[in-house]
Design a protein around this ligand. Structure first.
Ligand code: COI
Length: 353
């Protein structure tokens, strides 16, 4: 692979961005990373000014959906350095998604190398504020111009950055879905592919009309076992243990933050059970006073508290001001990411390493 060529933007948008009102995904930095796949190899890696890309209307990604992505965050560490949170885990997941969608793998020198190089160019864009980060969005889509349904022969892999605040600013209210399905065994539930998100939009809109923030997905066969929320994995504190749906069925996304929560919970001596979790089990535990906290985990969501779960009209509520386990996990992860605590697991990858 040749050197990454860099073409700098003539002006920066940085002075026009209000870092106190970022929201999530509203602003993009000055540059983007682009590399093309053709004739079985990646070539022409470049960093260029952020801006439009043009294609013919027959672009296969638009019609048949060969499109995958990742969500990663880069942080300003206490010592002033820039570090990326567990990007190798995201790279592995990205390449698993690529395999499932019959797309080429992206090698480390482009995935990790591209993020690091772009971060060196955009270093000024990393927010300093607590709970803010530079969101890193690597993505790949097919670029053939063809009407037949077939794996493309050409692809583009790109990385863009967005300075972000919290994805969910307030605790969430979830609707336990009993009609629509996010994923079935053998499907693409564990691939981070665009279509999964498109298919969730109508059920989300229906839940929103009912006054809920998110759908809590259940299994395709019986609507009995909890899966995830589509934007985050889920954890339930029952009898002092954390329960979270297991990965074996291939129907939920293998969250990097999910894995971090499991490891950090272990440090706190909290047992975590990764297994099928039925909604009936949760209802019974709630009625017995044993189900005391619920939260989601994700790159964008970080650790996001859940304050209500509605299952067929049975409402379980959780006081967001009294969720000590969620608070402790969130704080510990924040301290690792900000470099306040030592990074004993090697999760933080320095931009200049
Ligand atoms: C992430 O957490 O990074 C995701 O990709 C979820 C997306 C809905 C923002």
């Amino acid at each position: 692979m040749d050197e990454i060529k860099i073409t700098k933007a003539t002006t920066s948008k940085l002075p026009s961005v209000d870092f106190n009102n970022l929201g999530f995904g509203n602003f993009f930095t000055d540059h983007m990373f682009v590399v093309d796949y053709r004739d079985g190899e990646w070539g022409n890696a470049e960093i260029v000014p952020y801006g439009p890309i043009s294609f013919e209307p027959a672009l296969s990604a638009i019609h048949y959906g060969q499109s995958i992505f990742e969500g990663i965050k880069a942080y300003r560490m206490k010592d002033g350095s820039a570090a990326i949170y567990r990007p190798y885990e995201n790279m592995k997941r990205f390449n698993r998604s690529a395999l499932r969608m019959e797309m080429p793998e992206v090698p480390e020198e482009l995935f990790i190398g591209g993020i690091k190089k772009l971060l060196q160019v955009e270093n000024q864009w990393i927010p300093d504020e607590i709970e803010h980060a530079l969101y890193v969005r690597p993505f790949m889509f097919s670029t053939d111009q063809v009407m037949r349904v077939m794996p493309a022969t050409t692809y583009k892999f790109m990385i863009i950055f967005s300075p972000v605040g919290a994805y969910y600013a307030a605790p969430m209210r979830l609707w336990v879905e009993q009609k629509f399905v996010r994923a079935a065994e053998g499907g693409v539930g564990n691939a981070k592919t665009a279509g999964n998100y498109a298919a969730s939009l109508h059920p989300f809109a229906v839940a929103k009309k009912r006054g809920y923030d998110q759908v809590l997905w259940t299994d395709a066969n019986e609507h009995k076992y909890v899966h995830e929320c589509g934007t985050m994995n889920v954890f339930f504190l029952v009898g002092g243990k954390l329960l979270t749906p297991g990965l074996d069925s291939g129907t939920i996304l293998e969250g990097v933050t999910r894995d971090s929560v499991i490891q950090v919970a272990g440090d706190f001596g909290i047992a975590v059970e990764e297994r099928d979790v039925s909604i009936d089990e949760l209802v019974q535990a709630y009625q017995a006073g044993q189900f005391t906290e619920a939260f989601g985990s994700g790159t964008a969501a970080t650790v996001a508290k859940i304050e209500e779960i509605n299952y067929k009209g049975f409402i379980m509520t959780f006081n967001p001001l009294n969720q000590p386990v969620a608070d402790a996990l969130k704080q510990r992860l924040t301290e690792i990411r900000d470099g306040v605590l030592p990074d004993t697991r090697g999760w933080m990858v320095k931009a200049d390493s």
